[in-house]
Design a protein around this ligand. Structure first.
Ligand SMILES: *Cc1c(COP(=O)(O)O)cnc(C)c1O
Length: 423
C-alpha cells in the first residue's frame, strides 16, 4: 500500500489518498492507515519527526515547529495533581518551542501544503478563517511561495501577520460579513477550476497533523494519558487526538486505554456544547463578547461518522461550558505559574481542567494531558518583527457574480505580485 492509504473503515475500500469526500458514505470522515504500526521518531526538523504517521511523501524543510510536551510542576502542584503534562504549542525559545504563528494551526497547515506540493499543480489553496488558521497558512505559503487565497471577515483582518518577508503568493480577500459568510464564499470559490479546498476536518493532513500533539506527549511521557483537555471550536483537534490514540494503542507499547476527552467551549457561544448536552442557547450576538472567538464554529463536524460525537462516545468524554471570568482566571494562573503567555483559547482549556479537578472528574494521581493550543504570542512580539498582511481586495457579500469577479482579481493580482517579486 505504500506509506499509507486513505479509507473509510466500514466500506473496506481504499480511495485516492488526496480525496476528502468518502465515496461510499459522504457523511463520514476518511481516515489514514499507515503501513508502519509502530511509531519511531525520525531525525527530521520540527513536526516532521513524526513523519511515519503523517500523510505526506516529503517535507517542507522550513518547518521548525512542533509540540513541546513537558511535565508541569507549579500548575500541577497548585491543582494537587502529580502527573500533569502540558503539550505546549507556540513560541517559547527557552523550551525550544518554535511554532512561529503561535498556535497549533501550524500543525495543520504544513502537512496540508506539503500534499499540495506532491500533487504538482498550480491550483490556488483557498482558506476561510477568522484568524489563527489564516496566519498558519500564510506562514507556510510565504515560505514556499505556493499560491494562497485567504477569505477573512473584515473585522479579523488585523489579526493577520507573518514573520516572513515575502508574501507575494498570498491574496487576502476581506469580506464585509462574519466567519460563516467567509466560509460560504470560500467554499464556492474552491469549487471552481484552479482552486483547492483545504477541507477542514475532512482533510486527513489537518487531523493527522494535530494528532502529533498526542504523539509528542506520549513520546515524552512514555504512556498514553488517562485524560486529555483541549478548548474546541470545530472539535477537529479532539477527533485528531482520538485517532492518534487509537494508533498508539495499535503500536502496543504505550497502553491499551483511550484517553478520555475533556473538551471545553466558551459560553454562551458554544454550538458543540449545545449539540452534545442540549443545553445553552447561542445568542444572535455570537461571537461578540467571547473570551476567544476562534472557538466559535457554527457547523462543527459533530454528527458525521468519525466526528466529534463518535470521539466523545468512544472515550466516554465530556464538554465543559466555560464562562469568560473562569477563562480569565485560568489565564492568570497559567501565565503566573508556568511563566509564558497563552492564547485566550488555551485559557478556556485551563479553566476546564480547574473545573474537572473541582468536580472530581480527574484523580490526583492520574495522567493528564493539557493541550495549550496557542501560546507565546506576546513573547514572539518582543523577539520578532510581525508584519501585518495587506488586504489585496475587499468585497461585499451582497455583490453580484461575486465568485467570477474574485477569480479574475485573484489571478490578476497574484500574477502581478509575483512579477514584482521577481524584479
Ligand atoms: C483553532 C483553535 C482551537 C480549536 O481547535 P479545534 O480543535 O479545531 O476546535 C483552539 N485553540 C486555538 C489557539 C486555535 O487556534
Amino acid at each position: 500500500m505504500g506509506k499509507y492509504s486513505v479509507a473509510f473503515l466500514a466500506c473496506n475500500r481504499t480511495q485516492n489518498k488526496y480525496d476528502q469526500i468518502c465515496e461510499c458514505n459522504p457523511n463520514s470522515l476518511l481516515r489514514t492507515f499507515y503501513e508502519n504500526d509502530k511509531i519511531f521518531v525520525k531525525d527530521l526538523p520540527g513536526m516532521w519527526r513524526y513523519y511515519d504517521w503523517l500523510p505526506v511523501e516529503g517535507i517542507i524543510d522550513e518547518c521548525k515547529g512542533r509540540t513541546i510536551s513537558y511535565k508541569s510542576e507549579k500548575l500541577a502542584s497548585y491543582l494537587g495533581l502529580s502527573r500533569l503534562w502540558i503539550a505546549f504549542n507556540g513560541y517559547w525559545p527557552e523550551r525550544d518551542a518554535y511554532m512561529m504563528t503561535s498556535t497549533f494551526k501550524d500543525l495543520e497547515s504544513f502537512p496540508t501544503m506539503q500534499r499540495v506540493k506532491e500533487q504538482n499543480n498550480d491550483d490556488i489553496m483557498v482558506v476561510a478563517s477568522a484568524g489563527n488558521t489564516a496566519r498558519a497558512f500564510a506562514h507556510v505559503c510565504s515560505l514556499t511561495g505556493q499560491p494562497l487565497l485567504l477569505v477573512v471577515p473584515e473585522k479579523s483582518v488585523h489579526r493577520l501577520w507573518t514573520i516572513n518577508e515575502s508574501t507575494d503568493s498570498i491574496f487576502l480577500l476581506s469580506v464585509d460579513g462574519d466567519y460563516t459568510d467567509a466560509i460560504t464564499l470560500a467554499n464556492k470559490i474552491a469549487e471552481m477550476d484552479g482552486f483547492i479546498n483545504e477541507g477542514g476536518a475532512k482533510n486527513v493532513a489537518r487531523r493527522d497533523g494535530m494528532g502529533t500533539v498526542m504523539l509528542d506527549a506520549v513520546m515524552e511521557s512514555g504512556e498514553l494519558p488517562e485524560h486529555y483537555f483541549q478548548a474546541v471550536g470545530s472539535g477537529t483537534g479532539g477527533i485528531a487526538v482520538w485517532e492518534a490514540s487509537m494508533r498508539l494503542i495499535g503500536d502496543g507499547r504505550f497502553g491499551d486505554k483511550l484517553p478520555k476527552l475533556h473538551l471545553a467551549q466558551n459560553m454562551p457561544c458554544a454550538p458543540l456544547y449545545k449539540l452534545w448536552s442540549g443545553n445553552g442557547d447561542i445568542t444572535s450576538t455570537c461571537p461578540n463578547e467571547m473570551y476567544d472567538d476562534v472557538l466559535f464554529n457554527r457547523k462543527p463536524p459533530f454528527d458525521i461518522t468519525g466526528g466529534v460525537r463518535d470521539a466523545l462516545e468512544s472515550t466516554n468524554g465530556l464538554i465543559y461550558p466555560i464562562e469568560n471570568y473562569q477563562a480569565q482566571k485560568g489565564q492568570h494562573l497559567f501565565e503566573e505559574l508556568e511563566g509564558i503567555d497563552i492564547n485566550p483559547a488555551s485559557a478556556v482549556a485551563v479553566a476546564s481542567l480547574i473545573q474537572a479537578v473541582k468536580l472530581g472528574h480527574v484523580g490526583s494521581d492520574e495522567t493528564i494531558l493539557l493541550n495549550i493550543t496557542g501560546g507565546g504570542k506576546e513573547r514572539l512580539k518582543r523577539d520578532m518583527n510581525l508584519r501585518p498582511l495587506e488586504v489585496s481586495h475587499s468585497i461585499s457579500v451582497g455583490e453580484e457574480d461575486i465568485e467570477m469577479k474574485i477569480i479574475d482579481k485573484v489571478s490578476e493580482v497574484l500574477r502581478l505580485k509575483r512579477q514584482q517579486g521577481e524584479l
